[in-house]
Design a binder for this molecule. Sequence first.
Ligand SMILES: Cc1cc2nc3c(=O)[nH]c(=O)nc-3n(C[C@H](O)[C@H](O)[C@H](O)COP(=O)(O)O)c2cc1C
Length: 260
Amino acid sequence: MKNETMDVIEKRASLRAFSNDPITKEEEDAIIHAAMRAPSAGNQMMYSMIIIRDQKKKELLAEACDHQPFIAKAPLMIVFVADHQRWFDYFQSRGVKEFCKAKDRLFEAPQESELMLAIEDAMIAAQNSVIAAQSMNIGSCYIGDILENGEYIKELLQLPQYTMPIGMVVYGHYPDGFPHLIRERFDRKFIVFEDVYHSLNETEQDEMFHDLEQKFQLDNPYGAENYAQQFYARKTGASFSKEMARSVRFWLKQWDGRLL
Ligand SMILES: Cc1cc2nc3c(=O)[nH]c(=O)nc-3n(C[C@H](O)[C@H](O)[C@H](O)COP(=O)(O)O)c2cc1C
C-alpha cells in the first residue's frame, strides 16, 4: 500500500546531526498541534510537553542523558512528561475527596495504573509529533535516557509529584547529503502473532538473530563470546541501564497513591 502517510512513515529515520536551519515558529506549532491531536485515554491529556529553550539547560540535559552531546545541538527539544498532577489538583480543588468521604467511596491519589495510562498518552503524542515533523522533512530522535537521574531531572524541570518525564524528542532539519539509511527490522513473523502469543524456540531464535550474529566479532571490548552477551554488556546490563532502573524506581515510588 502506498500513499503520502505511508511514505512519511517509511522515510523517518533517527537523526543525530542537524543542519543549521532553524525550526520555524510555523513548523514548531504544527509539531505541537499534531502531538495534541493524538488519541488520549478519556481525552484527559495526561501529559505535559516541556519545550527546552534555554541552551544551558539543553546542555545539562544532554549530559544527564548518558552524555550525548548531539542532543544539545538540536534546534527543538521537547520533554514528554506523563502527568496526572493537573487532574489530581483539580480533583482536590473541587472537593472530590470530601465527596468520596460523604458517599463512602475511597479517594486515592494517582497510582501506578494512572502512570501507565499517562505514559501511553505521552508517548502517543510524542510519536504524532515525530511523524508530523517528518512530513515537513524534519528529522527527530527519541532520547530514552531521560529516564535516568530522576531526582536531578525532577529538580531541573521543577516537576511535581505525579509526573514522570517519560520521553524526550529532539528535532532538526536533515543536513545536506544525509544518507537516509533505513534500519532493518526483525522479520514480522517474530513480532506479529495471531490470537495468542508465541514463544520462540531456538531454531526461530537462530533465524531471527541470524543477520545480527553475522556481524558479531570475537574481538570486542567486553570479552563476549556471542552477540547476545555483547548486546547485554553494551546495552541491557550496562551501567546506564542500571541507573535507569534505579531512577525509574524513584519515579514509581512517587505514584503510589495508596499512601495518601
Ligand atoms: C524509547 C526510545 C529511546 C531511544 N533513546 C535513544 C537515545 O537515548 N539516543 C539515541 O541516539 N537514540 C535513541 N533512540 C533511537 C533508536 O536508537 C532508534 O529508533 C533505533 O535504533 C531504530 O532506528 P531508526 O529510528 O532510525 O529506525 C531511542 C528510540 C526510542 C523509541
